[in-house]
Design a protein around this ligand. Structure first.
Ligand code: FE
Length: 173
């Protein structure tokens, strides 16, 4: 009689263990899927990005390329306005935070809104750097360094090819 009780107890334990394992495995898969799907609000296929962007824009934003210094169209650009993502139009940097870093790339001391950019550790090229991406479409923008001017001390070093520019309409004010 006692043996029967032990067997039932053991079976229940095995059953509970299986249920728990299955559930946690199922949740891991679901979380992974949700994470990938929710990573960026704008998600396009490689082919769609190639159609939308020119070769240089595609290489820099989708393949994490870097334009040669002093070659980008916004390096020396001084107009008042807003720099937006070339991939999705999200507002990224205001001309008010742009400064001449001497690096050869457009440099800003802050994004227009911290939620519009995403930062990730980049360990390529034998360096540890902080990569800056568009938070809406995942476009690679450039890197951020801690040698910028006041008030943030940050230098967002951004490729011109990942940006578009909307000039401020002075008459609208
Ligand atoms: Fe974007």
């Amino acid at each position: 009689m006692q043996k029967k009780g032990e067997i039932i107890y053991l079976l229940m334990f095995v059953l509970l263990f299986c249920m728990f394992s299955c559930e946690s495995a199922r949740q891991t898969v679901t979380n992974k899927q949700e994470k990938n799907m929710d990573k960026y609000k704008i998600s396009k296929s490689d082919e769609e990005w190639r159609q939308q962007l020119n070769a240089k824009q595609y290489h820099i934003t989708r393949e994490k390329g870097t334009e040669r210094p002093f070659t980008g169209k916004y390096n020396d650009h001084k107009e008042k306005g807003m720099y937006t993502c070339v991939g999705c139009g999200t507002e990224l940097f205001s001309s008010d935070t742009k400064y001449n870093s001497g690096s050869g790339w457009p440099s800003f001391y802050a994004p227009v809104n911290e939620e519009n950019v995403q930062e990730e550790t980049d360990q390529s090229l034998m360096m540890v750097r902080t990569e800056v991406l568009c938070n809406k479409c995942g476009a690679h923008l450039g890197h951020v360094f801690e040698d910028g001017p006041k008030p943030t001390g940050l230098r967002y070093c951004i490729n011109s090819a990942s940006l578009d520019f909307k000039a401020t309409d002075e008459k609208a004010d």
